[in-house]
Design a protein around this ligand. Sequence first.
Ligand SMILES: NC(=O)c1ccc[n+]([C@@H]2O[C@H](COP(=O)([O-])OP(=O)(O)OC[C@H]3O[C@@H](n4cnc5c(N)ncnc54)[C@H](O)[C@@H]3O)[C@@H](O)[C@H]2O)c1
Length: 255
Amino acid sequence: MPDLSGKVAIVTGCASGIGAATVRRLRADGAQVLGTDLAKDAGRLLAEETGVSFAQQDVGERAAWPAIVAQALSSYGRLDILVNNAGMVGGSSIAETNDEAWDRVLAVNLTGTMAGCRAAISAMIANPGGATGSIINIGSTTALTPLPNDIAYSASKAAVLNMSKGIATWCARQGYAIRCNTVIPGATDTGILAKGDADMPGFKAVAARMSPMNRLADPTETAAAIAFLASDECRFMTGADLLVDGGALAIHPGL
Ligand SMILES: NC(=O)c1ccc[n+]([C@@H]2O[C@H](COP(=O)([O-])OP(=O)(O)OC[C@H]3O[C@@H](n4cnc5c(N)ncnc54)[C@H](O)[C@@H]3O)[C@@H](O)[C@H]2O)c1
């Protein structure tokens, strides 16, 4: 298990799915955690259960990000880890996409991730003992193989992959030991897939078949990869995309 003792983390979208599994995992590995989510009641419940702090946040409200980072600093004195996990689907093809839906998906998935990175990096630069930190952004296999019926989601995740590499190389060239990597989950058994299944019965089974393992990921399996990237064990990893997709993208398309 990675040792995260003494480290302080912010995890967005902490109230369910991959975010909740990540909070539990980072706590188990020794980190102090500030979890944030739009969903106040579920976020508070998780915080009570796991002994972490909680703040209600809409990650798409970029002006609110400095206050979230300030809360972590005032509670714990430093910031070592940011997991930009909160995300939403759009569910529209190019023909159906309206401006409002497009703007909201991009604001949450892409602009929210950018604003989180920006606020976190300014705190990480000022960490006692020197500029250190690890940012883990959550992508999606749809960043590489888009969903024709969700172009906003797929495009936002593709941009997250690209942006993460730009952030990683900028930090490294400044001489900061601040890393930025992307975890790319495949189909994972969480609220997003449950919503897909409710909208289109059978969706979960189709999603499971995308992996040659013929199953969905459990969110704890994604959280394990996030904890690894958060730790100092992978201190030479930055600008990387770590696939946690059960081999879904390893197979020739259509086979
Ligand atoms: N489940 C999958 O198959 C899958 C696959 C690839 C990528 N992902 C990504 O994993 C991440 C986590 O999703 P999940 O699968 O755990 O889904 P989930 O629906 O279980 O959890 C998402 C959480 O984010 C929160 N959230 C949504 N919009 C927010 C906002 N604007 N501000 C703050 N919180 C917000 C929700 O309240 C929820 O608690 C997302 O970025 C998603 O795109 C999921």
